[in-house]
Write a protein that binds this ligand. Structure first.
Ligand SMILES: NC(=O)c1ccc[n+]([C@@H]2O[C@H](COP(=O)([O-])OP(=O)(O)OC[C@H]3O[C@@H](n4cnc5c(N)ncnc54)[C@H](OP(=O)(O)O)[C@@H]3O)[C@@H](O)[C@H]2O)c1
Length: 271
């Protein structure tokens, strides 16, 4: 759905580019409705050539031009970027921030108490429009603002609304999660190789199996336990494999991984 809004992307790195590519592919924005900024001219040249969007190095000019400003710089430079944008990021602008570990209250502290801020936590598969983003709403945000955030982030995947206090848990699950799954795919492929499969075939079988299983959960709406039970026939091969996974504490390991990453995200946020 076209948003018919002018959108500035401040910091057009990996995530900024993913959002530009996603919005254009989903036709939620036209190229002349997007204005990307960055500190590297090569980056801007690339974005202009590939997407025909507006580009520039002046963050203030881009934010002043926009209805929606997406903050996509690294968290460590966001303090100074916000200070620079203070006079233009008023309550007339809607602000989306993807900066990991950077709370809404800190954005408000750099701007003014009346600003409309939505904090968003996408993940790397957003780069191929298969991401999932959690969004958390700031105090002054309207229903229409939330709709706009959903439209932007749905162009790179799925969107889940959470309370901001749960953003560290989101980071521990879907933010860090692609890395856990890469490890699982690699290990499944190793298992195939150990049992005699060529590496390339083993990797294709492993990756497509993960994709297919995930799609079955999402598209059937069935609980993963129910789907697992359907595959595990009495005395069969799958239950033998599942038993080996339980002995290796796979479930406990994954729960502990989400817990450890969530705690680390909290620690980094409080530093
Ligand atoms: N990538 C992800 O999957 C992901 C997921 C969730 C959240 N995020 C968040 O998204 C943000 C961007 O992450 P990323 O992975 O896209 O990083 P990135 O590729 O480094 O992108 C940030 C871009 O902003 C540019 N930049 C730095 N200072 C700037 C300034 N003052 N004005 C304008 N542009 C400036 C950087 O240029 P230089 O490279 O020259 O410094 C870089 O091109 C971070 O806050 C991160 O926490 C990313």
């Amino acid at each position: 759905m076209a948003l018919v809004k002018k959108i500035a992307i401040i910091g057009a790195g990996n995530m900024g580019e993913a959002l530009i590519a996603g919005m254009l592919a989903a036709k939620s924005a036209a190229p002349d409705e997007l204005h990307a900024t960055d500190i590297l001219t090569q980056r801007l040249d690339h974005l202009k050539a590939r997407y025909q969007v507006r580009v520039g190095m002046d963050n203030k000019a881009a934010a002043a031009w926009s209805d929606i400003t997406i903050l996509a710089v690294e968290p460590q430079v966001l303090d100074s970027v916000l200070d620079d944008l203070r006079s233009v990021l008023t309550e007339a602008k809607l602000i989306f921030s993807v900066a990991a570990g950077y709370p809404i209250r800190r954005i408000v502290a750099h701007l003014s108490p009346s600003v409309r801020v939505i904090r968003c936590m996408p993940n790397t598969p957003s780069e191929i429009q298969a991401g999932v983003s959690a969004i958390a709403l700031g105090g002054n945000v309207s229903r229409e603002d939330e709709r706009l955030a959903r439209a932007v982030f749905e162009s790179v995947g799925k969107v889940v609304l959470v309370d901001e206090r749960l953003m560290d848990a989101v980071t521990g699950l879907s933010g860090s999660g692609p890395a856990y799954i890469f490890l699982i795919i690699d290990a499944l492929a190793d298992g195939g190789v150990k049992m005699g499969l060529p590496r390339e075939a083993a990797l294709a079988l492993a990756a497509q199996t993960v994709l297919g299983a995930a799609r079955m959960v999402l598209e059937t709406g069935k609980h993963p336990g129910t789907l697992k039970d359907k595959v595990a026939s009495p005395g069969g091969t799958t239950i033998a494999g599942l038993h080996a996974l339980e002995q290796g504490r796979l479930r406990a390991s994954l729960i502990e991984a989400v817990e450890a990453a969530t705690k680390r995200s909290r620690e980094l946020g409080s530093e």
